[in-house]
Design a protein around this ligand. Structure first.
Ligand SMILES: Nc1ncnc2c1ncn2[C@@H]1O[C@H](COP(=O)(O)OP(=O)(O)OP(=O)(O)O)[C@@H](O)[C@H]1O
Length: 261
């Protein structure tokens, strides 16, 4: 596998949230979260727990009552271009211009690095090729997004996020549509990112993948009910609790796995 661009000066992201409302409903309640450089954090919990709103708030995409800081400086006071260089986002069911080719879509990830209306540089082209090779999407780079399968499309959108070469990578259900080998590739990509000093936060429904992260953030009813390592019995207890004791958490060949009970 091609190694990721080496990351330096990864800023510390921190959210201190008092509440977040959608419409007239408070869907998140007081919480604090701060992914560390060199850490992969997996946010898990049942449907409707508030995982997506939390991630969107951390990416500066949803307003909330509280503070969001990068290196202890208010998110809103950072120039938008610098924010976009530091933080890459992969959302759920993202729509983008479907008639763009896969290559053009991934090149959008380089916008934060390009001067206004400037053509792509050699560094931009290299970053795009690297990201597309990493996600095995390079071979169909000239195909429009509308003519790709769900998993192929997801890999292009993942490549776009990787091409930013940001220190912070936030991904909401990144494994949607990915088959098991590509899920394993995704784990390797994330591991590579954090080995370079990056911070990765992912919302995951795949508990077996989440159990390979550095820290599980377990949510229920708009709150973080536990944060801990995958091997920690307290983490297993929290997972059992939020999933109504309908899991079996076992160790198989040195790895923790969750099975439906
Ligand atoms: N537009 C909206 N207006 C009001 N409430 C909403 C809206 N969107 C979501 N909610 C509510 O916000 C809460 C959090 O929902 P959300 O789907 O974002 O959580 P989640 O943990 O990401 O769930 P899932 O695993 O189903 O993706 C739920 O109670 C949901 O009903």
């Amino acid at each position: 596998m091609i190694r990721a661009h080496s990351l330096s000066g990864v800023p510390r992201l921190r959210i201190e949230l008092r509440s977040l409302s959608l419409g007239d409903r408070a869907v998140l309640h007081p919480l604090t979260l701060s992914p560390a450089p060199g850490e992969w954090m997996a946010v898990v919990g049942p449907n409707g727990a508030g995982k997506s709103p939390l991630l969107r708030a951390m990416a500066g995409l949803l307003p909330f009552d509280g503070t969001l800081t990068l290196d202890e400086r208010a998110w809103s006071s950072w120039p938008s271009r610098e924010r976009a260089q530091h933080l890459a986002w992969l959302g759920q069911q993202e729509t983008t211009a479907e008639d763009l080719t896969a290559l053009d879509v991934v090149m959008l990830g380089r916008l934060p690095h390009q001067a206004w209306l400037a053509p792509a540089s050699d560094a931009d082209r290299a970053a795009v090729e690297q990201a597309m090779q990493q996600t095995q999407s390079w071979d169909w780079r000239h195909r429009p997004l509308s003519r790709l399968s769900g998993g192929e499309r997801q890999r292009v959108l993942l490549a776009r996020a990787l091409a930013v070469q940001s220190g912070l990578l936030l991904m909401d259900e990144p494994l949607a549509h990915l088959d098991p080998p590509h899920q394993s590739d995704w784990v390797r990509l994330v591991r590579d990112r954090v080995a370079q000093g990056g911070a990765v936060v992912s919302v995951l429904h795949e508990l077996n993948i989440a159990l390979q992260s550095d820290r599980l953030v377990v949510m229920a009813d708009g709150r973080i009910v536990h944060q801990g390592a995958p091997h920690d019995p307290a983490t297993h207890a929290a997972l059992q609790e939020v999933f109504q004791h309908r899991l079996m958490i076992l160790q198989v060949q040195g790895r923790w796995v969750a099975l439906n009970a």
